[in-house]
Design a protein around this ligand. Structure first.
Ligand code: SF4
Length: 374
């Protein structure tokens, strides 16, 4: 199983909380797509197995035009073996999803949409500097469904300054009313170098109380699971048969190729990341020499990733696999550190698999870091 991630480094405007590598000046978008296709050709030997998932992320992939998608798909289908049942996802922002744009997407080999909604409250959307309104978000989802998209994920954000539990719950009710198949919900993080972080440091906003944050996460789990969603990863909820295959592959340490500036790749032994500069990326591709940094993972780093990615998911960490891959010493290290959490009911083992319990999910970061080798 292998996947391709494509980073589209464009956004119409920047949201106050975001630290992703994106640009608002789209003047080089054609040159970027040419460079992306060049990279796809240069690196084709790196994926010598059928591609099961393709994910257009960003940035805002819905800034691409039809010709760009056509060029990218022609290139991918000519250089790679794409499984006929591959999951092909495009991230889109509601304000880009006009009738014509959705119709265009429906004619592409795209079979899954991930819509960046974040909130159904106009005040919250404004605070986050999102470009759409709640009405636009609702209409966008409905129009996508009318055009035949029946594998739709939406992103939601909670833990905003001043957000109440009731307001968060209204967001969840609105999401559930849309008959979507997947929800990814993230707590607001104050990333350095963002405007949100500056506001926090200047004392102009106050983070939500930890107690409310925890209650919001609990409400998220309860509302969605009551409505038939399966909580399969800390931030991800899917209906049966609609888990993100692309993201699940990340959590199962499968290989993926990342194309585009700042995109990350993983080949089973090494992680690498492309240069985070559009100008340098385009120039490098014109000269046929990709620029990226590579980090070889030693067995301890691989063990840490195995723990981190396994415990994030409902599939947990397979104990016999851990022992055979990382040896007795790391296995014992893990089990000794896990014991206090097993005793407190925060971790559980069943069928030779160790998982977080519902109580454990609330303090997952602390548990995972305790089980990691430093
Ligand atoms: S959150 Fe999404 S739309 Fe907003 S700036 Fe970041 S990548 Fe762009």
């Amino acid at each position: 199983m292998a996947g391709i991630y494509i980073h589209i480094p464009y956004c119409k405007t920047r949201c106050t909380y975001c630290d992703f590598y994106t640009l608002t000046n789209e003047s080089q978008i054609d040159a970027f797509v040419d460079a992306l296709c060049t990279e796809a050709g240069i690196r084709k030997e790196e994926l010598n197995e059928p591609v099961q998932t393709i994910y257009f992320g960003g940035g805002t992939p819905s800034r691409l035009h039809k010709e760009h998608f056509d060029q990218i798909f022609d290139t991918l289908f000519s250089h790679y073996v794409i499984d006929p049942n591959a999951e092909i996802t495009v991230e889109a922002n509601p304000d880009d999803l006009s009738d014509d744009y959705i119709r265009m997407l429906a004619q592409l080999p795209v079979n899954r949409l991930s819509i960046g909604i974040q909130s159904f409250d106009d005040g919250e959307l404004k605070f986050l500097s999102r470009r759409h309104s709640a009405r636009q978000a609702i209409d966008a989802v409905k129009k996508c469904q009318q055009q035949g998209f029946h594998n739709i994920s939406i992103d939601l954000m909670y833990g905003l300054p001043g957000q109440t539990l009731e307001r968060w719950e209204q967001n969840l009710y609105q999401a559930l009313a849309l008959d979507i198949q997947h929800v990814s919900a993230y707590h607001l993080i104050y990333e350095e170098k963002t405007r949100m972080y500056s506001l926090l440091k200047a004392g102009k906003i106050k983070p939500v109380d930890e107690e409310i944050s925890t209650a919001m996460f609990g409400r998220l789990i309860d509302r969605l699971t009551t409505d038939g969603f399966i909580h399969y990863e800390i931030s991800a909820f899917g209906k049966e048969g609609y888990f993100s295959r692309h993201n699940s592959a990340y959590w199962q340490n499968k290989k993926y190729l990342g194309l585009g500036p700042a995109a990350h790749s993983y080949d089973g032994d090494n992680r690498s990341w492309n240069v985070a500069s559009l100008n340098r990326y385009i120039k490098n591709m014109e000269s046929g020499s990709p620029e990226r940094e590579t980090e070889h993972l030693n067995p301890y780093e691989k063990y840490n990733e195995f723990i981190l990615t396994g415990l994030r998911t409902m599939w947990g960490v397979n104990l016999p696999e851990m022992k055979s891959r990382f040896g007795e010493t790391l296995f014992q290290f893990c089990m000794e550190n896990a014991q206090k959490y097993l005793d407190k009911g925060l971790l559980t083992t069943e069928d030779q698999t160790m998982k977080l319990t519902r109580e454990g999910i609330f303090i997952s970061d602390g548990i995972m870091s305790d089980l990691m080798w430093v």
